[in-house]
Ligand binder design. Structure first.
Ligand SMILES: [Zn+2]
Length: 256
């Protein structure tokens, strides 16, 4: 019996789901779907169940978009491609991470140095169960087929937001007024206490200076809702969220 999936309708035709503490997003456009991110390997059944929860089939997924190629966002990619043929697109700079030619990821050492905290121990156990110790590659990875708004269900607009990885990309859904930030801006994570807009810790990022600078890519966007890669959906002016995240940086919470 699969566990109950945490589902949240964020806007008309935009749905967020939470698996093993990681979010994925389904954008519906008629009968066609765009899936953004795909949970851990251990979340594959839940990703498929989330599609069916909307009354659709995995074959309705026209495309999978990826914010970045970390294991907690890529779980169902090969499954969906191999079984249903969904193409997989991402920022051109992220393709080599997805293919396994490069590797930019917070490793077991970064987890180990935090194991004095019980919440991290519990999270590490869940992460291992979800496939966190295996390194998967994604041979179907391709760069976005065009620049600017993508001619795909929901017409998502890629917004380059490098730093967490070199090719990290966020997506704006202009019709829904929703921004999908992946790990460029999160609201909660087992690595830290509390809920609110902030960056992941520096040792979780490939280049934290670049990650801080990338917050500027979100400023003044026409959105008052963002869906992070980790943590609850945030409702409120995007510039307020960015100021809160930058305040956390100033207080030193994102530099270690
Ligand atoms: Zn990540």
């Amino acid at each position: 019996m699969p566990r109950e999936i945490d589902q949240h309708q964020v806007a008309e035709n935009v749905f967020a789901f939470t698996g093993t503490e990681t979010n994925w997003i389904i954008v519906q456009d008629g009968t066609d779907l765009t899936l953004i991110d795909a949970g851990w390997h251990g979340d594959i059944k839940d990703v498929e169940a989330s599609i069916r929860l909307l009354g659709r089939q995995p074959q309705d997924v026209r495309v999978v978009l990826l914010t970045h190629a970390h294991a907690d966002h890529t779980g169902a990619l090969n499954y969906l491609h191999d079984n249903y043929g969904a193409p997989l697109y991402m920022d051109p700079l992220e393709v080599s991470n997805a293919l396994g030619d490069t590797y930019e990821s917070g490793g077991p050492i970064n987890v180990a140095r935090r194991l004095y905290r019980p919440q991290v121990v519990r999270w590490a156990a869940r992460m291992i169960k979800a496939g966190g110790l295996k390194h998967y590659t994604f041979p179907s990875a391709q760069p976005f087929p065009q620049a600017g708004p993508l001619d795909l269900p929901g017409r998502p607009v890629p917004i380059a937001s490098p730093g967490h990885t070199s090719g990290h990309c966020s997506f704006l859904l202009p019709h829904a007024g929703v921004l999908i930030t992946g790990d460029a801006l999160v609201t909660a994570h087992p690595l830290f206490n509390g809920v609110g807009p902030r960056l992941l810790p520096a040792d979780w990022s490939h280049d934290q200076t670049e990650a801080i600078n990338s917050l500027g890519a979100f400023r003044d966007l026409d959105t008052d809702t963002f869906i992070p890669g980790h943590g609850p959906v945030w409702h409120g002016p995007i510039n307020d969220a960015l100021d809160r995240a930058l305040d956390q940086v100033r207080r030193g919470h994102a530099v270690r």
